[in-house]
Ligand binder design. Structure first.
Ligand code: TRP
Ligand code: ZN
Length: 867
């Protein structure tokens, strides 16, 4: 099983040969597309005599070198080898591929009849034999031929340089991309679309044509994507001083897509989910997601495309940085606090679990079996947190100076994470030597906090100590450089100025670099309440036993909104976990009194940011509670969490109902007002208060937008409000022809905690709107069952685990990348009880025994069973 071998960062070697120019011709055909690749190859290592090209599922038709047929090549499992003992050569390779049979959606495939490509990370080798690695940068010229009637649009990267008609019904187009790029940024699209046209004038006065291509009939759903693109272009000029570099920017939306979107040079491919939206069919969350993903792909043009990765171990070079950039974009355009909350939830609900599981890896992994497995919350989201910490340490101007130097040094090159940090360091003068450990060490550090106060000398001492548990990857655990942002509050909730022992004012961000450090503050008039890890200044866990009184104080008085939210979540978590302990001890749960009064206070604030209040009163997700528990008692946790919501809904039902009524009557509702209104509705439904049914029904019947319609539907479906099935049916009938809306319906069905959900899952898998070959449908129905339905997924008899495993077996051959994304909750079994662990491992063993297990699943399953 040679292809199950891991590759290691330490084995990186520069390529022996490179390709400077490539000319590709595609004669498109559903089952027999012919690809002719003419490459200018030059030798970099004068000792090299053999060229080894990557290839996967290709039918080789011919090879020629400098115009002469070549026959002494060899095809292997992973590609093609040919003798090439020369400094340069023109290589022509003709291959045939079958887009229709390509259910992996990697390489060239068909999505609803349109040809499209996905090459990152290693999909280009499924199109032609090539040096398919990011440190080989070539100029591309691409000719596409296809029948005119079905494929009026023939697109590729860069600028259109020629087009015309051919014999029969055929036509062709030729594209040239002036910027050398790695093969993973190649793209081709051929199909019939509706196209939204617009333009953007850059700061230096160049006009860029903007085009958004969507399935016919969807033109009216492309406006928000286009607006988001223009906002992104403007923002990148203003905040990062970066301008777009081609004369055209195209976005194509396709329904069959493994991930969110792809930043191919000048020709982004998008999952329809991140393009199509109108008020009737998309929620406020969808609109926000579109803006952020459009931004993300656009920002890649500089952070990813102009400067790319030397090798795939460096993925966070582009992804962590680009996520940081899209988060800043969303924060500058919308609510900074709410965006920060979203980012932190991604870390606490998913990244911490990854660190604690068998796939733990540093943001720059050291060993990889299947690269697709490393497009993770660690590389992306923790990667963005690492960039954010540098931003905190350097400040905006130091950070921007670092970015500028980074582009000055590396534009047009394929570089490493170390190169990025060096630019930041050199431009700012800040020493990042120790900080670099964030790139090489996996795991979630815990910062334990203790303090003492001496009233007489007015000295306050804060002792921070850090430790990082071992992780499955065995990476070293030396102390990290942790920026730790604090605030001291007095008894009236006023912030106390931070002064060091000499009395000098100091910054609120403490640099914790040792295993343990004590920070001394002077002129502290009273024993303070400490707001810690403000803004989540580092991706760590806190070990500090806040009292209820301290948390309530922070909820009211912390000067930073994020900290107030954090305190509210910490208090809810604490109270739920205390009830878990009571249940385990055979006692009854107790109502979350302090939280209830804090919520009344929050809901009573007239001038608050409503979206912020909605986040504050939200109940911590099951996943966050599992993380906070260490070892989770599923049944007690579910019971305590449900009790918690019922109590809140019942005890402040009047405030919730009044808030709901006020917001429902608003003349001009906003996403923020809807968020709070629907949070109230959800508590009322959870508590089963008598009027919940009527409120949900009337909101559902009268809603003119998907946010409200779906919120009402979710409230009845998830809290067993009478009439739920009837409403679900109505919704289904109305939307059965709109796949993205059916995804919401499937997701809701998959997360219902009713007894008969497994039977229903079987039926849903055969629903006319469902398809195992479409990743969006699969993530909606099966993903929600595995990730958002703990009661059924973790059923004590193992039926939930078995159901997921059966689907994984199907997906293993259909689309291993999707299978591998879905398996996550099954490999994170360490946090559950022994019985459940055994059941999960049993299913994993079943997978491991499969004769044709793809390496995507093999990597995860084998690591999980080794652990
Ligand atoms: N580079 C893409 C992004 O972050 C994501 C990506 C990687 C991707 N591999 C993919 C998208 C495969 C679709 C399919 O924006
Ligand atoms: Zn990205």
């Amino acid at each position: 099983m040679t292809d199950m071998q891991a590759r290691h960062l330490k084995d990186y070697r520069a390529p022996d040969y490179t390709i400077s120019d490539v000319h590709l011709t595609f004669e498109l055909d559903p089952e027999r597309t012919r690809v002719t690749a003419r490459s200018t190859v030059s030798r970099l290592n004068s000792e090299a005599t053999q060229l080894t090209l990557d290839g996967d599922e290709l039918k080789l038709l011919s090879v020629s070198i400098d115009g002469k047929p070549c026959n002494d090549y060899q095809t292997t499992d992973s590609g093609l080898e040919l003798p090439l003992p020369v400094d340069s050569a023109e290589l022509e390779i003709v291959t045939e591929i079958n887009p229709k049979a390509n259910s992996k959606l990697e390489g060239l495939y068909l999505s609803d009849g349109a040809y499209c490509t996905q090459c990152e990370a290693e999909g280009f080798r499924r199109i032609t034999y090539f040096l398919d690695r990011p440190d080989v940068l070539a100029r591309y010229q691409v000719r596409v031929e296809a029948p005119l009637s079905d494929f009026p649009y023939l697109l590729s990267n860069g600028n259109l340089i020629a087009q015309g008609s051919l014999d029969g019904d055929k036509h062709y187009a030729e594209w040239q991309d002036p910027f050398p790029k790695p093969s993973y940024l190649f793209a081709l699209v051929a199909g019939d679309f509706d196209c939204l046209n617009d333009s953007f004038t850059t700061r230096s006065g160049r006009e860029v044509a903007l085009q958004v291509f969507v399935d016919k009939g969807n033109l009216n759903k492309a406006d928000h994507a286009m607006a988001s693109l223009k906002h992104s272009m403007k923002w990148d000029e203003e905040r990062f001083d970066l301008e777009y570099d081609l004369d055209i920017y195209m976005i194509v939306a396709v329904d069959f897509f493994n991930m969110g979107a792809m930043e191919n040079k000048g020709l982004n491919l998008f999952n329809t989910k991140y393009v199509l939206a109108d008020k009737a069919s998309a929620t406020d969350t969808d609109f926000h997601g579109i803006e952020s993903v459009i931004g993300h792909e656009y920002f890649h043009n500089w952070t990813g495309n102009r400067v790319t990765c030397r090798d795939w171990f460096q993925l966070s070079l582009k992804e962590g940085l680009t996520v940081f950039r899209d988060q800043e974009f969303s924060s500058d355009l919308g609510s900074r606090t709410v965006n920060r909350i979203d980012a932190v939830k991604a870390i606490r609900n998913a990244q911490f679990a990854e660190d604690a599981g068998p796939m733990a890896h540093p943001i720059r992994p050291e060993s990889v079996i299947e690269m697709n497995n490393f497009y993770t919350v660690t590389v992306y989201n923790k990667g963005a947190e690492v960039i954010r910490m540098m931003h905190t340490l350097l400040g905006e101007s130091g950070f921007q100076a670092g970015m500028k130097l980074y582009f000055e040094r590396y534009d047009g090159q394929a570089v490493t994470c170390d190169d990025f940090v060096a630019a930041m360091e050199d431009a700012s003068g800040v020493d990042l030597t120790q900080f670099r450990r964030w790139y090489s060490q996996a795991g979630t550090p815990t910062v334990a906090v203790s303090h003492s106060y001496d009233a007489k000398s007015q000295r306050f001492e804060l002792t921070l100590s850090q430790s990082t548990p071992d992780t499955a990857d065995g990476s070293a655990k030396l102390p990290f450089h942790i920026p730790f942002d604090i605030e001291l509050l007095d008894g009236n909730g006023k912030a106390i100025e931070l002064r060091d022992e000499q009395g000098a004012q100091i910054n609120s961000v403490l640099n914790l670099c040792e295993s343990e450090q004590t920070f001394v503050f002077s002129q502290v008039p009273c024993e303070p309440v400490v707001s810690m890890l403000r803004e989540f200044s580092a991706p760590v866990k806190l070990d500090y036993q806040f009292s209820e009184a301290q948390l309530t104080h922070l909820i009211r008085f912390a000067s930073n909104e994020f900290s107030r939210w954090d305190a509210a979540q910490a208090l809810a978590t604490k109270l739920i976990l205390e009830n878990v302990a009571r249940l385990q001890g055979g006692e009854a749960c107790q109502p979350p009194k302090d939280l209830i009064s804090a919520f009344e206070g929050l809901l009573g604030q007239t001038n608050a940011d409503l979206a912020f209040v909605a986040e504050c009163i939200a109940t911590p997700e099951f996943a966050a509670l599992v993380d906070a528990s260490g070892k989770a008692d599923v049944d007690a946790l579910l019971e305590a969490r449900a009790y918690h919501r019922e109590q809140i809904g019942a005890q402040i039902q009047q405030v919730l109902a009044d808030t709901y009524a006020n917001l429902a009557n608003e003349q001009s509702p906003t996403p923020a007002s809807r968020a709070l209104k629907n949070q109230c509705l959800s508590y009322l439904a959870a508590a089963g208060v008598p009027k919940a049914k009527a409120l949900c029904q009337s909101q559902f019947d009268s809603a003119d937008n998907m946010t409200d319609s779906l919120a009402a539907l979710a409230a009845v479906a998830l809290y067993k409000v009478p009439g739920a099935d009837e409403m679900l049916k109505q919704f289904e009938q109305k939307w059965v022809k709109v796949p993205l809306v059916m995804d919401k319906w499937f997701a809701l069905q998959g997360s219902r905690n009713d007894e008969d959900v497994l039977e229903r899952m079987e039926y849903l898998c055969s629903h006319q709107a469902f398809s195992m070959s479409n990743p969006n449908r699969v993530y909606s129905l099966i993903g929600s069952f595995a990730n958002r339905n703990p009661a059924n997924f973790h059923k004590a008899d193992g039926s939930g685990y078995r159901f997921l495993t059966e689907r994984l077996i199907e997906l293993n051959s259909l689309n291993p990348q999707v299978a591998s994304r879905l398996i996550t909750p099954l490999i994170q079994f360490q946090r559950f009880d022994v019985k459940r662990q055994e059941l999960m491992k049993g299913e994993l063993s079943r997978l491991l025994a499969m004769p044709d297990l793809a390496k995507d699943l093999y990597e995860k399953v084998s690591k999980a069973l080794d652990a």
